[in-house]
Design a protein around this ligand. Sequence first.
Ligand code: SAM
Ligand code: SF4
Length: 336
Amino acid sequence: MATPDLSRPVMTDGLGRAISYLRISVTDRCDLRCRYCMSERMQFLPKSQVLTLEEIALLADMFIARGITRIRLTGGEPLVRRDIGDLVNRIGRHLGNGLDELTLTTNATRLADHADTLFDAGMRRINVSLDTRDPARFAHVTRGGDVNAVLRGLDAGRAAGLAIKINMVALKGINEDEILPMLRWCDNQGFDLTLIETMPLGDTGEDRTDHYLPLTAVADMIADAHPLTPLPQRTGGPARYHAVDGMTARLGLITPLTNNFCTDCNRIRMTCEGKIFMCLGHEDHVDFKSALREGGLPAVEPLIDRALRLKPAAHDFRIGAGEGAATRRHMSVTGG
Ligand code: SAM
Ligand code: SF4
């Protein structure tokens, strides 16, 4: 067992879970409108309500000083935020000095313009969302996106030296026939693949029940063709990994519905409005932005402990007839 580093501060929640992972949503905006994530006519926040990059950097500094060792930037689409490279550089300065890892989740439509900047700032791996490689299906799922922009982004990311994991939301009747081909393609490209169950977050104007695909059945289907062996290693997030017989690609499964992973949750999330959510599936939060704007960092510090006490034991996602969204917040607001 690894020896804990006693020189580092540790944050623990009210249930004794160590909190070391912060996801920061840097914007609620996006250039795509994925059907399971957003409604077609999303109302985005006015600029004055969104944290400035300087405010995000200050809060990140504070969290690192309190014991956060991994940060993932997300959104919305983080690469549509202007000057995102400056923020990555600023947070990247903590790498090796309190911060162990800085990562990003992106749709990759603009990755070709940013890949070198990310690598130069110390980022070494990223997650890219890609539910289908078929141009017409991609345009359907994202309501108008161009899959070729994503594929160009992926090439640029790999050329820059970034390790890439593809995130694919498993959607019944939309991409279930592409799951095995996607795994084989990822293996050829040198990427890992993580499959995600669709979660009931925010109104999208569509019924997610229609496309919900439990990953237990998907894993059985994959294992028939390529036996799977569970791997002990974790990457700080909710995915459970498997070695795939005959492949170097690892298969991750994120199963909030069929296999809740809350007991060892180490994560908190900060929205682009500076709200700290302790759980993706609950509305409880603490507002850091008002405190920061009124009293600076000294006013924010005590709120961290209040937030830690609010972390619930588990989310309560269900997908079934008559179930509405678990939260009114879209995934793009809290940050995936
Ligand atoms: N725009 C970036 C992207 O798509 O990678 C980052 C933000 S996006 C909200 C982060 C991840 O959340 C994506 O992998 C997306 O597929 C996933 N996601 C969004 N809404 C979801 C939902 N309702 N259920 C499950 N995953 C969802
Ligand atoms: Fe945008 Fe990502 Fe949501 Fe798709 S999943 S709409 S790319 S934020």
